[in-house]
Design a protein around this ligand. Structure first.
Ligand code: PBE
Length: 266
């Protein structure tokens, strides 16, 4: 009967991730919208959240986490999104690519690759799953590239090689973004760039690109999750479009819990 008294059993705690993630502010908003004033969203990290989820799952204990797709946790465990009748977490999300102003002139080859970059949830999932099973991030990305030469060559088609120019990609250490950023970083490396990958908090990721301190990011979740960051920084970034369609965020619980909706947490 896991879930009927989920609140008490869980100490009215939702297991969250890094405080700067958009899903954390959405979860706080959900507590207000659904009158869950007894509940708190506990900040931690993607790694700590999935650890807590795995531990609870093994013991069939209740747990509510801030969850999103694509993410390997849905392949590893039977999970469900809690229904969100008030639409606090928005509908489908896209993951988008943004680059700094001037990149097109300074590094047209990288600009073209980043503009062309688009893959699917399954693609990203393959890298994430390998990393979750213990593979090194870079090696998992390399293997995916080797297995998907046709798709990758669509992104690099007609792009000239470069001679060791430095390019910096910023990201947040969410499992989804570790996968995408390592992968596209390697593609840029393969055409000759000297690539650095810098993990930051979400706000600083946007800020770095907006202020031209970093060159690009492939980690903007829109139209909902990062809308506040886009509003703040969007005017001085170049939007290179969607790199992954059909992402989603929400509150996620194991299938074995008896609740189906955020309203059931009341
Ligand atoms: N996420 C994964 C991010 C976007 C990517 C859902 C944790 C966020 O909430 O900001």
């Amino acid at each position: 009967n896991a879930g009927a008294n989920a609140g008490e059993e869980l100490d009215y705690t939702i297991t969250g991730i890094d405080a700067g993630a958009g899903i954390m502010s959405a979860a706080e908003e959900a507590l207000e919208v659904y009158d869950l004033e007894d509940w708190t969203v506990q900040a931690s990290s993607d790694a700590a959240m999935t650890q807590a989820l795995g531990d609870a799952y093994e013991n069939e204990e209740p747990i509510v986490v801030t969850g999103w797709t694509p993410h390997w946790k849905f392949a590893a465990y039977d999970l469900k999104y809690l229904e969100d009748p008030e639409g606090v977490f928005g509908d489908a999300e896209d993951i988008k690519t943004f680059v700094r102003e001037g990149l097109e002139d300074d590094m047209p080859e990288a600009y073209t690759v980043l503009e062309n970059f688009q893959w699917s949830e399954e693609d990203m999932g393959e890298i994430m799953m390998d990393v979750n099973e213990g593979a090194d991030e870079r090696e998992a990305a390399r293997e995916w590239i080797d297995n998907n030469e046709d798709l990758v060559s669509e992104w690099t088609d007609g792009v000239d090689s470069v001679d060791g120019e430095a390019i910096e990609l910023v990201f947040v250490a969410w499992d989804s973004e570790i996968a995408s950023t390592n992968m596209i970083g390697l593609v840029l490396e393969d055409i000759g760039y000297d690539v650095s990958l810098t993990p930051l908090e979400a706000t600083y990721m946007f800020q770095a690109v907006a202020e031209g301190e970093a060159d690009a990011m492939v980690a903007a979740w829109l139209p909902h999750t990062h809308d506040h960051l886009l509003e703040q920084y969007g005017d001085t970034m170049v939007d290179l479009g969607v790199n992954l369609e059909g992402a989603r965020v929400g509150l996620v619980v194991p299938e074995y819990m008896d609740i189906d909706s955020i309203e059931d947490l009341q």
